[in-house]
Ligand binder design. Structure first.
Ligand code: AMP
Ligand code: GLY
Length: 429
């Protein structure tokens, strides 16, 4: 098969790395890719957002399967265009991608099909939104309806904070059109986990779960990021929890989307909040793999990734079984100093070979580009140093050994990725 992966992040590097291992993979391309991806796939210089050019290229090159990494092109209808051109694609069409593209749409789907989630209201009028906040009181959560690069969620402790957040979104338009509508919802407490299922329109198959670290600083302090690290398995998602989430959340969503006339296929990424007494609620759906969660999922996957993604794209998931390594996989994200604020670009990264040479380690590239023989940082999140180990502690130690083998003074990382799981392991749970 000839396969095209769309995207340029750590998630796409991990997907390419996993797809490349398939005996069925005859040719692998990635648009636009990055300096790490070029080691496993041929990079094609087309932007992930240029849906017309991607479709034309896939047709001209007789691609058998397109795997779409990021949400932007999914929401913009890349899969619709590919399928209209007769090309199989992994990922939802635009109508189903609204699960991530519009939080209001997602909340309505959950409500309509009785899926546990925070109570909510949808608003396009500032005064009505503020009245709702005053009525409900704090703490409360304010979200832009549309995509805002992971920044359109403001957790508010008080009514005053929520009113200020509404001003920023709806009056100042700090997130552009994404803030034309807002969702205001219940503040949920508990432990978060990232749950993934492959879906083919009818059938859903759970993948392993992961936990990520959103805050930029050690001890989960500082502003939120796209994710500074992740690990899998997630101890809070045991077999009983997988069964419960499938029954209460994933399957009603998949069946509901089909009944609504917007069948879902691709990977369904469910952000869960698990209450202290063990009740899972859906915080959000994403219509793609998490980044950096994908890196640890691919590190643990033993099954043929190409067979799986192709089966999801073609409605053939029924009966498919997955094999995983029992080991823990853990990824430490290296970001450019300043991230998630303004950060330096174009600095040189050395020591990648030494880092990759550490036992059990693969360094996935996120924001890098090749300049001759050197690799330079181009993004905020730049590398995902991923390690596999028999225990969480071992995976963590290997990942940090590889981090220390890198020579990139302009980069930084959190030093405590996996702390919850390490503490549980040490406590013998
Ligand atoms: P989202 O982009 O919707 O995933 O939100 C980003 C982060 O905000 C989540 O990972 C949670 O940590 C937090 N969050 C979102 N919604 C809620 C909620 N209703 N209650 C508590 N925390 C939330
Ligand atoms: N790591 C969370 C996300 O990809 O949205």
């Amino acid at each position: 098969m000839k396969v095209l992966v769309v995207g340029s992040g750590g998630r796409e590097h991990a997907l390419c790395w996993a797809l490349r291992k398939s005996p069925k993979c005859d040719a692998l391309y990635c648009a636009p890719g990055n300096a790490g991806i070029r080691d496993v796939a041929e990079c094609v210089p087309i932007s992930a957002e240029d849906t017309d050019a991607l479709t034309a290229w896939a047709v001209a090159n007789a691609i058998d399967l397109v795997v779409v990494g990021p949400e932007g092109p999914l929401v913009a209808g890349l899969v619709d265009k590919l399928e209209a051109a007769g090309i199989a694609a992994f990922g939802p069409n635009a109508a189903a991608a609204r699960l991530e593209g519009s939080k209001g749409f997602m909340k309505d789907v959950l409500a309509r099909h009785g899926i546990p989630t925070a109570w909510y209201g949808r608003f396009t009028d500032l005064a009505t939104a503020k009245a709702f906040v005053r009525d409900k009181g704090g703490p409360i959560v304010v979200k832009t309806d549309g995509l805002a690069a992971g920044k359109g969620v403001i957790l508010c402790q008080t009514v005053a904070e929520a009113e200020a957040a509404l001003d920023v979104m709806m009056a100042d338009k700090a997130f552009g059109d994404a803030g034309n509508e807002v969702v205001i919802e219940e503040f949920l407490h508990g432990e978060e986990a990232s749950f993934f299922a492959l879906v083919d329109g009818d059938t859903a198959v759970p993948l392993v779960a992961a936990q990520d670290h959103k805050a930029v600083g050690d001890g989960d302090t500082g502003p939120n990021t796209g994710g500074m690290g992740a690990y899998s398995p997630a101890p809070v998602v045991d077999d009983a929890m997988v069964a419960r989430v499938m029954k209460d959340c994933i399957l009603p969503t998949v069946h509901g989307m089909k009944a609504d006339g917007t069948p879902y296929k691709g990977v369904l990424f469910c952000g869960l909040m698990i209450s202290p007494d063990g009740v899972p609620k859906v915080l959000e759906y994403n219509v793609r793999f998490g980044d950096p969660e994908c890196q640890v999922l691919m590190a643990r996957l033993e099954s043929d990734a190409l067979e799986l993604l192709d089966a999801a794209a073609r409605g053939r998931l029924s009966g498919v079984e997955l094999a995983w390594r029992d080991d823990t996989a853990l990824v430490v994200v290296m970001a450019a100093r300043g991230y998630p604020g303004a950060y330096m670009k174009g600095t040189e990264i050395r020591g990648l070979e030494a880092a990759n040479a550490v036992d059990g380690v693969t360094v996935f590239h996120a924001g890098t580009k090749a300049e001759g023989d050197t690799v330079v940082a181009t993004g905020g999140r730049v590398l995902g140093v991923t390690a596999i180990g028999a225990t969480v502690s071992e995976a963590q130690a290997r990942a940090y050994q590889a981090v220390d083998a890198l020579d990139w003074p302009e980069g930084f990382c959190r030093r405590d990725i996996g702390w919850r799981a390490v503490a549980r392991e040490k406590a013998g749970e």
